[in-house]
Design a protein around this ligand. Sequence first.
Ligand SMILES: CC(C)(COP(=O)(O)OP(=O)(O)OC[C@H]1O[C@@H](n2cnc3c(N)ncnc32)[C@H](O)[C@@H]1OP(=O)(O)O)[C@@H](O)C(=O)NCCC(=O)NCCS
Length: 276
Amino acid sequence: MIITKQALQLAQRNVKPAFKFLLERNTNLSRTWKRPEALAHPKIWRRWTGRFKVADSTPVQFRIQDVPEELFETVVVHMAKGMRDEPMFSALGLWDDPASTRAMEELWMETLQQRVSLVALVDDTRYLRYLGTDNVIAGVNILGVVDKDSAHIVPKVEGSKAQLFLDALAAVERRVDVFARYGVSHYLTGIGLAVAREFRGLGVGTELVRGRINMGRAMGVPLTVTLFSNPASHAIAHTVGMEVLSDVPFDRLSVGGRVPFPGARGSMRLMAKRIE
Ligand SMILES: CC(C)(COP(=O)(O)OP(=O)(O)OC[C@H]1O[C@@H](n2cnc3c(N)ncnc32)[C@H](O)[C@@H]1OP(=O)(O)O)[C@@H](O)C(=O)NCCC(=O)NCCS
C-alpha cells in the first residue's frame, strides 16, 4: 500500500490553519482537548520482552511509545497493510476502492495530529542489527480523544465503502451513551489497531492496549472506549479488563437498510474501561 500524495500533503500542512479546518471537518475528535504540555512527546509507555526469538534463541525486546512525527507516514502505510485482515474492511473489500483507501489513510493521518497514538517498536539493537535496519514497527494503535460535543459527528468522506464503514461504526456507538453511563466529559477511543503479520500472537496487541491505559492515566483522561471487531482484539480487551457495552453480530447489523459487512463472521463489540 502506497501512501497517497494528498495524505502526505496533509501531514506537511499540519501546522497551518488550513489543516485545522480539515481536522474539524473530517473527524469526531475533540476540538478543545489538548495533550498536556508537560507530557513529553514522544514518550515511552512500556517495555517488555516478547516471546519472539532471534537466531541465537534470545527473546526480543519491544517498547510502546507515542508515534513520533517522523513516523506518521510509515505508520499510515503500516495501518493500510495491517488492516487488510480486519473483518469489516475485508468484508467490504475496502482496499479495492481507491477513494475509500485514501479516505482511511487521511483519517488516520488527521488523527495522528492529536499526538495520542501509539506504536510498538522493536527495542533490541541486536535484532535490529540482525535485520540491518533502524526501525521495525511491530504494531500500531491509532487513538483519539473524543468529547461530548464531538462524539456525534460522523466524518463525511468520498469513498463509498469508507463512508459505509464510518456510518456502521456510528450506528453501533450511538447505542450507548457512555458520557452518561460513566459520568465523563471525554474519553480515549481507538480508530484502528494493527499488528504486523509476522508479529501477531506474541502479545504486541495486548501491550499496545495496556500502553493506552498508561498514557490515558498520565494525561488525566478518565475512560477508554473502543469498538473491537476481531475475536483476537475482543480477547485483548477482556485481558486488560475492558467491559462489554454492546455486542452486535455482523449479520444483524443494518445501516440504511443494508448489511454493511456481508459474509463477515463475529461481531462488533463496544468495550470500555475506566482509567483510574
Ligand atoms: C487483532 C490483532 C491486533 C491482535 O494482535 P496480536 O498482537 O496478535 O494480539 P495478542 O498476541 O496480544 O493477543 C491475541 C489474543 O487473542 C487470542 N486470539 C487469537 N485469535 C483468536 C480467535 N480467533 N478467537 C479468540 N481469541 C483469539 C489469543 O489467544 C490472544 O489471547 P491470550 O493472550 O489470552 O492468549 C492482530 O491480529 C491484527 O492486527 N489483526 C488484523 C487487523 C485487525 O483485525 N485489527 C483489529 C481491529 S479491532
